[in-house]
Design a protein around this ligand. Structure first.
Ligand code: FE2
Ligand code: FE2
Ligand code: FE2
Ligand code: FE2
Length: 407
């Protein structure tokens, strides 16, 4: 089975766009604008093809650790320390993607300043070129909101770059930015063009479903999703690990098992589109809030459909809140519309949600969880055979985390 990696990366980028807007106050498509600018600057400086793609992907995901970073903020760490963590987690996460050697320090040092005022105190000449370019594009877009700059403002922007050379921007970055930032570039950064422009910098490439990169990518997404909410820190990772475990129990071959694992890792990616105030509300939701929460499974489908090789994955992931008797959401599907893996993933999601500690209920052991699930079976919501299998397979994991698959 072959997966279109470029499309998957774009889907994750689209999800991340929403988090950025919400947590950072950056304007929509910030990640994409930084990716385009950094890649264009890199090409102007003559970097090779082997660096262009890593640079583009690192730039697109430069703020991937936003959810982890915000979490540290809530836990009350100091400002400087938070910034370092944001950079360190961000680099660790992109390292799990495919181009470790070609992207060393690109995210880690994206907040360094040529005058040494960044979180790690690196100075001009000590910062990897990729980090210089990402950092320059990042600051420049945050300061000027490039999607709305008019052509007549260009001279002023160029002047501003020049004036801040050596403080905010390195010399190389200023020269490269001045050379790529023209009317054409401004047009291609506008909101109605940016998706297409960014897409042009990410060439079509495919990888095999068995490739370990896909598992790394799953881990990458899991971290972003799970860190968005303090209350569900292990939710996605435990669902993915249990999906892998159960795939083994049912004798899935490597391809199907990997697909199912990915569906589990991505099932709640739509939650990135839900405001934290609603996700984390420590009490019952009103009707309107519940409707917004429910929209996350629609969003999951929107993010994942259209990725070649993801036809089943997006179906299983998007069906995870459907019930056999039609009482689920978003489509109110019934047993005949729900294949085995859709039913299985729905059961894993419920098992995890019922057993993990939430603001409105305590953590529950295996026996209690299964009892609650049988009540749902009796109402016609869940597949009885699957719940019976869970009772056997998951009993030994009561109160313990299922470890991630090893590759
Ligand atoms: Fe950042
Ligand atoms: Fe940024
Ligand atoms: Fe969900
Ligand atoms: Fe879930």
């Amino acid at each position: 089975m072959i997966i279109r990696m470029d499309k998957l990366i774009k889907a994750i980028g689209a999800a991340l766009d929403l988090v950025e807007g919400e947590l950072l106050g950056a304007t929509t498509y910030h990640g994409k604008r930084v990716a385009v600018l950094a890649a264009a600057m890199g090409q102007r400086l003559g970097i090779g093809r082997e660096t262009t793609l890593p640079l583009t992907v690192c730039a697109l995901f430069h703020d991937n650790a936003l959810t982890e970073y915000i979490l540290s903020e809530r836990l009350g760490e100091g400002q400087g320390q938070m910034m370092r963590l944001h950079c360190e987690y961000g680099q660790r996460n992109v390292d799990s993607l495919m181009f470790k050697e070609n992207a060393a320090g690109f995210v880690l040092y994206h907040h360094e300043r040529p005058n040494g005022e960044g979180p790690f105190g690196k100075q001009e000449g000590e910062i990897p070129l990729g980090a210089e370019l990402i950092g320059a594009a990042d600051s420049f877009d945050v300061i000027h909101q490039l999607e709305q700059v008019q052509p007549e403002e260009l001279p002023k922007l160029h002047q501003e770059l020049w004036d801040n050379m050596g403080t905010i921007y390195t010399r190389r970055a200023v020269l490269a930015m001045m050379s790529v930032l023209n009317e054409d570039m401004l047009r291609s950064l506008r909101n109605d063009r940016i998706k297409e422009t960014a897409g042009n910098y990410i060439p079509a490439w495919s990888i095999s479903l068995k490739d370990h990169v896909l598992f790394n990518l799953a881990q990458f997404v899991i971290r972003i999703i799970d860190y968005k909410s303090v209350f569900t820190r292990k939710h996605t990772s435990q669902i993915a690990n249990k999906a892998w475990l159960l795939g083994g129990h049912y004798g899935y071959g490597p391809g199907l098992r990997a697909q199912f694992y990915l569906a589990a890792a991505l099932h709640d990616i739509g939650k990135l589109a839900i405001p934290p105030a609603i996700l984390e509300k420590p009490g019952p939701l009103d009707k309107e809030e519940f409707e917004i929460i429910k929209s996350h499974s629609v969003k999951t489908r929107e993010f994942l459909e259209g990725i070649d090789g993801f036809e089943h994955i997006s179906e299983w992931a998007a069906n995870h809140h459907e019930k056999l008797n039609g009482s689920g959401y978003p489509a109110g599907k019934r047993a005949e519309d729900l294949d085995f893996n859709s039913r299985l993933l729905a059961c894993i999601d419920i098992y995890q949600a019922v057993s993990e500690e939430r603001p409105y209920h305590p953590g529950r052991d295996h026996q209690t969880t299964i009892k609650i699930m049988y009540e749902m079976v009796d109402k016609g919501e869940l597949d009885r055979d699957i719940v019976r299998d869970f009772d056997r397979v998951l009993a030994e994991w009561s109160g313990r985390d299922v470890p991630p698959p090893e590759f």
